[in-house]
Write a protein that binds this ligand. Structure first.
Ligand code: FAD
Length: 364
């Protein structure tokens, strides 16, 4: 197995920025009575921006260009501008599921930071940039049930829709009515129903489009509930995460997806049918609990744990002893440090269990 070379470097240069306020297009309208401002007032990309501070991992080099879009107009403008300059484009949410290379990104990093949140009687319209924690809090405050499962889920709403984030047996797709996105190739906004988004396990049509669609907002359905019960359920999820996740170190959540029984066994086999009715299965002498996530899976963390890799480190990164599906940044880790541990975990799990782990974390 070939391990990558650790090329950790400490970033010391100051940031150069040519920033103008990101929502400049709106301001142009607002400043119509002051034409001398309009003349010099255009949105601009920031340059040479360190991405480490925009990721939960605190890992990543610099973006050649960086732009924080606060409106649909901003998004359309930025994409047009990037195309004009022939720049590769990458969409970044809160960076909670990202491993960015130490070399950075030689193109435009676009953050769709649309913050509009309109809560109605039994639904809400949510901008892609709204943090899940804010959404969960705001809907609970209005006694609306449906998002309790997302208590403590980091990241933006847009990121959650794109990856169909889920936990505790629920997924983002469960509440989605429709999603509005911007198609980078066609240069137009599109509306899709939840069904048309083709959601699957940590999957959606947006993931399949491979960065060519930017989620800008979505409408979700909720239902009236008891505020106390909703708040208690959210608190339980947050407490569970605090207890079980190594939140004391920068991380990107689960590195690998849990493994569905449907991947372990042929779907029509007797083994599969038997496993569907069992609470545990045995693989190469190890016993695995079957979790509902929301369909039957075995835990990637347990697979890694059974290979004896808990606590193994490379450079500044470590396979968490607390939760081995987390690779934590314990000491200024670089991207290759994390990647080496990913390669190691995949190889050891494959060798021991003949199971191929699949990455959940997104890498650029
Ligand atoms: C401590 C911790 C616990 C976690 N627990 C869970 C969990 O229980 N379940 C779970 O599913 N995930 C979990 N995650 C992973 C992460 O929180 C989710 O995947 C989250 O939804 C990612 O959102 P983000 O805004 O941070 O996206 P980012 O990490 O910034 O981006 C992730 C991907 O989404 C794309 N993306 C982001 N925003 C948009 C947009 N508006 N339009 C199009 N594409 C976009 C990016 O291009 C990238 O490919 C956890 C992460 C951490 C750090």
């Amino acid at each position: 197995m070939e391990l990558l070379k650790s090329t950790r470097s400490i970033q010391t240069e100051p940031e150069v920025t040519t920033a103008a306020p990101p929502s400049a297009l709106h301001n142009i309208e607002r400043c119509a009575e002051r034409p001398y401002i309009i003349k010099n007032y255009m949105p601009k990309f920031q340059e040479n921006i360190s991405l480490a501070k925009f990721t939960h991992y605190k890992i990543g080099g610099r973006a050649r260009f960086f732009f924080e879009a606060k409106s649909e107009k901003d998004i359309a403008w930025a994409i047009k501008e990037a195309k004009k300059r022939k720049l590769p484009i990458f969409i970044l949410g809160a960076g909670t599921n990202m491993l960015i290379a130490d070399d950075g990104f030689n193109g435009l990093i676009l953050r769709p930071n649309l913050q509009k949140l309109t809560i109605k009687k039994d639904s809400a319209m949510v901008g892609a940039g709204v943090l899940m924690s804010d959404l969960v809090k705001a809907t609970a405050a209005k006694s609306l049930s449906g998002l309790e499962w997302a208590g403590g889920l980091p990241g933006t709403f847009g990121g959650a829709v794109r990856g169909n984030a889920g936990c505790f047996g629920c997924e983002t797709k469960d509440t989605i009515i429709s999603v509005r996105s911007f198609d980078i190739k066609a240069m137009k906004f599109i509306e899709r129903t939840g069904k048309e988004c083709a959601f699957g396990y940590r999957h959606s049509i947006f993931k399949k489009k491979n960065g060519n669609e930017i989620i800008v907002s979505a409408s979700i359905k909720l239902e009236k509930g008891d505020k106390k019960a909703i708040t208690k359920a959210i608190r339980e999820k947050i407490d569970h995460r605090k207890k079980n996740h190594p939140l004391e170190h920068p991380n990107a959540g689960s590195i690998f997806k849990n493994v569905p029984l449907a991947v372990l066994y042929k779907k029509k086999s007797d083994q599969y049918k038997k496993a569907l009715h069992a609470s545990t299965i045995s693989l190469k002498g190890s016993t695995f609990s079957i979790k509902t996530d929301p369909f039957p899976v075995i835990s990637a963390a347990k697979l890694i744990s059974e290979t004896g890799l808990r606590g193994v480190s490379f450079g500044g990164a470590m396979i968490s002893p607390k939760h081995p599906n987390f690779i934590v940044n314990v000491l200024n880790a670089g991207s290759p440090d994390v990647k080496n541990l990913m390669i190691l975990a995949k190889a050891e799990v494959h060798k021991k269990f003949d199971v191929q782990l699949e990455e959940e974390v997104q890498m650029i």
